[in-house]
Ligand binder design. Structure first.
Ligand code: SAM
Ligand code: MG
Length: 293
């Protein structure tokens, strides 16, 4: 059933994308979210900046904060060489379960832990927001995203003609392609999807994966957590000289305290990439910060 937006995105991917083909799944999510329902994926325009950074860094260990439906996870994973590891953290159990299925459809080998209870119900991000210490921030963020979602309709009316989500931008995501292509694995890279709050999971990563430091970290969870989690990553010794932090949405919804920190700390060399918010003509930007040690 399609009772949540992530579930509706999953259903669209399953019906429109060729099984085992991450590019096709990415394209299907973009088509759906550009034309039917806005969603907080990094999207194709900023996704191309993400792709370029992944290709330039050639990371062996990647960390992602904020999985949602697994859109950016697919973008990163499909560009990683065999043997590379991608760890992605998501606090919302329902989103994590949807992401696991979308990644599975895309042919990406994904381990979800802890495994969900069999009867977990779907929830939207506003639910339970006030229970966490950052509840106020999460509520504010949900409000910003809701406002953006409401902006979608007038913006689409003025900026583009109505489109069938399956065409014309998504040649791979046609039913014909889905039938023709045999299921294949997109990548030998392994994805670990951990369910929990980043502040609780980050200190466990070294031991859990018997690893030293990450080469690339994509930061895209709630914006008030960018700075405390960057500091936590430093404290836990998970950054090495040369580790690249790429932070999404530093302009919209914005992460001013994080920007102020990475731009002024002598421990980072930081660079801004102006771009537009996913699926809308709203100004946004990504910040790429290299840890210097
Ligand atoms: N990176 C995804 C993409 O581009 O496809 C979008 C991620 S969405 C903007 C942010 C996600 O972070 C939400 O699913 C939310 O539940 C999750 N989240 C927020 N704060 C978190 C935290 N402290 N720890 C783990 N997940 C968090
Ligand atoms: Mg984002």
């Amino acid at each position: 059933s399609g009772q949540s937006r992530p579930m509706r995105i999953l259903q669209f991917v399953q019906s429109a994308a060729a099984p085992g083909d991450a590019n096709s799944a990415i394209c299907a999510v973009d088509s759906y979210c550009a034309n039917v329902e806005w969603a907080m994926n990094v999207g194709d325009k900023k996704g191309q900046i993400l792709d370029a950074v992944v290709l330039a860094v050639r990371p062996r260990w990647v960390l992602e904060l904020g999985t949602y439906c697994g859109y950016s996870t697919m973008r990163i994973a499909r560009l990683l060489p065999p043997g590379a590891r991608l760890v992605t953290l998501e606090m919302n159990q329902h989103y994590a379960q949807v992401a696991k299925q979308i990644l599975g459809h895309a042919g990406l080998d994904t381990q979800l832990s802890p495994s969900p209870a069999p009867h977990t119900q779907g929830e939207e991000p506003v639910g339970g927001a006030t229970q966490s210490p950052q509840g106020r921030w999460r509520l504010q963020e949900a409000l910003i995203y809701t406002t953006l979602h409401c902006l979608q309709l007038p913006l689409q009316l003025f900026s583009r003609p109505p489109q069938n989500p399956l065409s014309p931008f998504c040649p791979k995501a046609t039913e014909e392609t889905a039938e023709r292509q045999p299921a294949k694995r997109s990548s030998a890279c392994k994805v670990d999807l951990l369910v929990g709050a980043s502040s609780a999971l980050i200190p466990q990563l070294k031991k859990k994966f018997e690893m030293e430091t990450f080469d690339l970290i994509f930061i895209d969870h709630w914006k008030a957590s960018y700075l405390p989690d960057a500091r936590l990553l430093e404290e836990c010794g998970l950054l090495a000289p040369g580790t690249v932090l790429l932070a999404d949405n530093v302009t919209c919804p914005g992460a001013p305290d994080y920007l102020q920190y990475v731009r002024n700390s002598p421990r980072y060399r930081s660079e801004y990439f102006p771009c537009q918010l996913e699926y809308l003509q709203v100004e946004d930007g990504m910040e790429k910060s290299v840890f210097l040690g």
